[in-house]
Design a protein around this ligand. Structure first.
Ligand SMILES: *[C@@H]1O[C@H](CO)[C@@H](O)[C@H](O)[C@H]1NC(C)=O
Length: 612
């Protein structure tokens, strides 16, 4: 099949999906009982007798013939629809049932039964999230030990910053300032964040377009996460979410999760490239391994633990609302339980189905692969002549291995399991997510490709290869982003793959293709002048790119804080997701700047003093 045909197939499939989504008429659709309902939480709990409960009911027909239930059943049989036999309710029980003597859960159950009976159905309480009374809501929580520890940590960090800044101001322009104290100086860290030092070494300045790419991709990731978060809250128009999930947006977002691999390529590329550059003067040996690991650990861990710590302690007290105890309360428990595994970067293996911040799997995988990348780079230093061949073969092998792993375990791609009912539990029920997607093997091809590219670029630069004379690279690298977008669109076709072997082949192929597309792009970007390169190397990106770690850690808190405390059901659409995403991005960067200056940078510089 040539390219043109493939393109047509994609569009025809797309068109077919849009057409088949409208099989239920509006009239029929609105006979279905609401999937979600929220009573006014604040109003309810303001009353002395107030009792608010939130939970999930399962509906069943009361008599043999129940037209409403038949409709529900037909609607729910479509996997691209929410299962409407399961309804979610946040009810002010005290104003719905006047019997005050029974216990809260009983009263809530009774409310559900009464509600269902009037519609010719039965309701069974499937899962109770919580019941809250006026008294419980009004008594302030006493802070527990972890909360006090967290507060102390914050205060200590602030005090250090004050001391460092005072020292810096006091010393003025003197030379030979104390390095340990200067690490905590706010003005010094601020200028580090905002400085636009150009690199003298052309081999380093050629990496400038990475910064723009990082920021733009991070923005896309944030948009995607806001889209995910809309599936977690109570929606006013779940049907529109179903449509967008099954339409082009869903395919692009879920197929586009592969873009995270770009960060893996970058990270391992930089790791190897930065080791290789000075290797002429200072040969690489395995004895450098511990220092490199400690360096990386001390760079990432303070920010990581700060946010996981916040999630485990104060986050839940920062706002309130009907959905808040469910969304944030549960995440708090996971963060508490998994805190130590985050510190050791094994949170993707320890209780992987209980996620504390969806983005943290990446830090764990990145650290695990970093260890491998370091060992490989240091070992290959002695066999430089074979390095490219070895890394290239390992890359192909890892793609094949990934396919095999998917085949043997019957996994699916995220694209295939992106159904409404999975989205509303954040894929917690799917091993394809919590075993396979967050597994380092899933990102291994990208890691090896990063190493391969670092060796290739270094080798070519050493030999004085003239990149601008390479016509092939010049023209092909410009086509790579359109090609990737086309590949994302083809997700519309690939998510219909049913058989296990097709899925396995698709995953292997996806990695192979993504990494190759990216390899060409990266080689072209680093070595050939173009207008796009200029845009991505703009100095302004530097500032935002330096905040990447903070942004990555903070954005989920901001996102959930925005959507989970809404007093009413959320209206979702492309525009509404974009508005929430815009708010998330703006507030994330506003908070990332102080986090970077007050925590990340000083901690890194402070700890660097001990790893010299
Ligand atoms: C919907 O959920 C109910 C209750 O869990 C289950 O019995 C039923 O099989 C589900 N329907 C579909 C189509 O998945």
């Amino acid at each position: 099949m040539n390219n043109y045909n493939a393109f047509c197939v994609c569009w025809c499939v797309l068109f077919g999906i849009v057409m088949s989504a409208s099989e239920f008429t509006d009239e029929e659709y609105y006979h279905l009982p609401d999937l979600y309902h929220l009573d006014d939480y604040t109003k309810c709990l303001s009353q002395k007798q107030g009792l608010y409960c939130l939970g999930t009911f399962e509906l069943s027909p009361a008599e043999e013939q129940s037209p409403v239930f038949d409709l529900i059943k037909v609607y729910s049989e479509n996997p691209h629809h929410f299962n409407r036999t399961i309804i979610q309710r946040g009810w002010c029980v005290s104003s719905r049932s006047l019997r005050t003597e029974a216990e809260p859960v009983r009263r809530f159950t009774k409310c559900g039964q009464d509600w269902a009976r009037s519609r010719g159905m039965n309701a069974r309480l499937l899962k109770l999230e919580y019941c809250r009374t006026h008294d419980e809501a009004k008594t302030p929580n006493a802070s527990d030990l972890p909360e006090r520890v967290f507060l102390c940590a914050i205060i200590c960090i602030l005090i250090f910053n004050v001391i460092g800044t005072a020292y810096d101001l006091w010393k003025g322009n003197e030379e030979n300032k104390n390095k340990i104290l200067m690490a905590w100086s706010m003005p010094s860290n601020w200028s580090r964040l905002t400085s636009s030092l150009s690199n003298e070494d052309p081999r380093l300045s050629c990496l400038a377009p990475f910064q723009g790419a990082r920021v733009i991709v991070m923005t896309l990731v944030l948009w995607g996460h806001v889209f995910f978060s809309h599936a977690l809250v109570y929606l006013q128009n779940p049907r529109d979410y179903e449509k967008s999930l099954h339409g082009v947006i869903g395919a692009l977002v879920y197929n586009g999760t592969s873009i995270v691999q770009m960060f893996v390529i970058f990270s391992n590329f930089l790791c190897a490239y930065n080791l290789l550059l000075p290797s002429n003067k200072k040969p690489l040996t395995l004895s450098m391994f511990p220092k490199q690991i400690v360096k990386r650990y001390s760079r990432i861990t303070p920010m990581n633990l700060l946010l996981v710590g916040y999630g485990a302690t104060w986050w839940v007290h920062s706002r309130d609302g009907a959905l808040w105890p469910v969304l944030v309360g549960n995440e708090k428990i996971f963060c508490e339980q998994k805190f130590w595994s985050h510190a050791l970067y094994i949170n993707n293996f320890y209780m992987p189905e209980n996620v504390c911040f969806i983005q943290t799997w990446f830090l764990a995988v990145d650290m695990q692969l970093h260890i491998l990348a370091l060992i490989l780079t240091l070992c290959l230093a002695k066999h430089r002549r074979h390095a490219l061949r070895i890394l290239g073969s390992l890359f192909v092998l890892s793609c094949a291995g990934l396919s095999l792993m998917v085949y043997l375990n019957n996994y699916s791609t995220l694209l295939q399991i992106a159904e409404p009912d999975n989205a509303r539990t954040m894929l917690r029920n799917k091993p394809s997510f919590y075993e396979m997607y967050v597994n380092p093997f899933n990102s291994l091809p990208a890691c090896l490709m990063g190493l391969f590219l670092a060796h290739l670029l270094y080798e070519l630069q050493e030999n004085g290869y003239k990149f601008h004379e390479c016509k092939w690279l010049k023209y092909s690298h410009a086509l790579m982003i359109p090609l990737y977008i086309l590949w994302l669109f083809c997700g519309i076709y690939f998510r219909e793959l049913k058989s296990n072997i097709d899925t396995a082949l698709f995953i292997g192929l996806d990695r192979l293709l993504f990494c190759s597309i990216f390899a060409v792009k990266l080689m072209g970007f680093t070595t050939i002048q173009s207008r796009a390169r200029k845009f991505f190397s703009w100095r302004g990106w530097d500032v935002f790119a330096r905040m990447s770690l903070s942004v990555m850690m903070i954005h989920w808190v901001v996102n959930v804080t925005i959507v989970a405390a809404r007093p009413t059901r959320t209206f979702t659409s492309f525009i509404d997701v974009s508005i929430d995403a815009a708010a998330t991005i703006v507030f994330t960067y506003i908070m990332a700047a102080p986090a970077t200056i007050l925590v990340e940078m000083p901690m890194q510089r402070f700890l660097d003093n001990f790893t010299r």
